[in-house]
Design a protein around this ligand. Structure first.
Ligand SMILES: CC(C)=CCC/C(C)=C/CC/C(C)=C/CC/C(C)=C/CC/C(C)=C/CC/C(C)=C/CC/C(C)=C/COP(=O)(O)OP(=O)(O)O
Ligand SMILES: O=P(O)(O)OC[C@@H](O)CO
Ligand SMILES: [Mg+2]
Length: 236
């Protein structure tokens, strides 16, 4: 197992910071010193080399693991602890599954530090999210349909991460349960609509790793409260 795989195996809670959104120094420090297991840097639109590099530098002052979730080839910045590479499994457009990836591998070739890369099999389920619009993901899946993608990612593709993505809204319980049952060896990431302790505990009871994003920018206190909620053993 690679070092970065070992690292994510320990993650229960991570914050996702978007290079395209402003955050104060005070809030950045609070997020980085919150006791979270890592910071994911990522977003689906407006991501540039400069805003990504600036955010990376800000986070790295605090010593928390800092990982780039690559969404744009022009914004691959050296210096992160690891690179997560999304594949949107329920997109009908192969560009979001392997197309951009082929271009990236052609472009970076021998310079790719493969031991720092991990692939994420995304299942995108909130049709109103930016990532669903960008990738045209088929968000009308039943619980069984979502679980089928999870089986494909976990068993046929043996991906290290299955990412159940409801960005902007909290997930459907039946679907979350079905995906949980389908994922065996992969790490199950859940993200979407975790805005306080109750949702954080519920997500933590089903997923291995809970990702908290948008609430950082609207209510920092509630965002910080999710760390302890996820890391405490009790599930609601
Ligand atoms: C020396 C050195 C560092 C070399 C570089 C090595 C390297 C990392 C090379 C790249 C290798 C590679 C294969 C790259 C893939 C390139 C690529 C562009 C792939 C496409 C990825 C993809 C499917 C993107 C779609 C969007 C997506 C899934 C983004 C993930 C993050 C996400 C869902 C954010 C949420 O978005 P947000 O904007 O917050 O949405 P809301 O508004 O709904 O909140
Ligand atoms: O922004 P939220 O809704 O918390 O979702 C987190 C993350 O899964 C987004 O990619
Ligand atoms: Mg977001």
């Amino acid at each position: 197992m690679t070092v970065v795989r070992q690292m994510i195996e320990t993650w229960r809670h991570v914050f996702k910071l978007d290079p395209d959104r402003a955050i104060s120094e005070e809030d950045l420090r609070a997020v980085c010193q919150s006791g979270t297991d890592g910071i994911l840097v990522g977003g689906s639109t407006g991501i540039t080399y400069d805003n990504t590099a600036r955010l990376m530098s800000g986070i790295q002052r605090y010593g928390v693991p800092c990982v780039l979730e690559v969404s744009d080839l022009s914004a691959v910045v050296p210096g992160f602890d690891a690179y997560l590479i999304p594949m949107v499994l329920n997109s009908p457009d192969p560009a979001w599954i392997v197309g951009h990836h082929r271009r990236a591998v052609e472009r970076y070739g021998d310079f790719i530090p493969w031991e720092l890369l991990l692939t994420e099999g995304y299942i995108v389920l909130n049709g109103n999210s930016a990532v669903a619009r960008l990738t045209g993901a088929d968000t009308g899946l039943s619980a069984d349909g979502a679980a089928a993608y999870a089986h494909i990612a976990d068993k046929l593709m043996t991906l290290p991460i299955v990412y159940l993505e409801y960005s902007g809204s909290f997930g459907d319980a039946e679907t979350m349960q079905a995906v949980r049952e389908a994922v065996g060896h992969a790490r199950l990431f859940y993200g979407g609509g975790v805005t306080g302790p109750d949702q954080a505990k519920l997500a933590a009871s089903l997923a291995d790793t809970v990702v908290v994003g948008n609430i950082i920018y609207t209510d920092i206190g509630r965002a910080l409260s999710t760390v302890e909620a996820v890391k405490s053993d009790a599930a609601i």
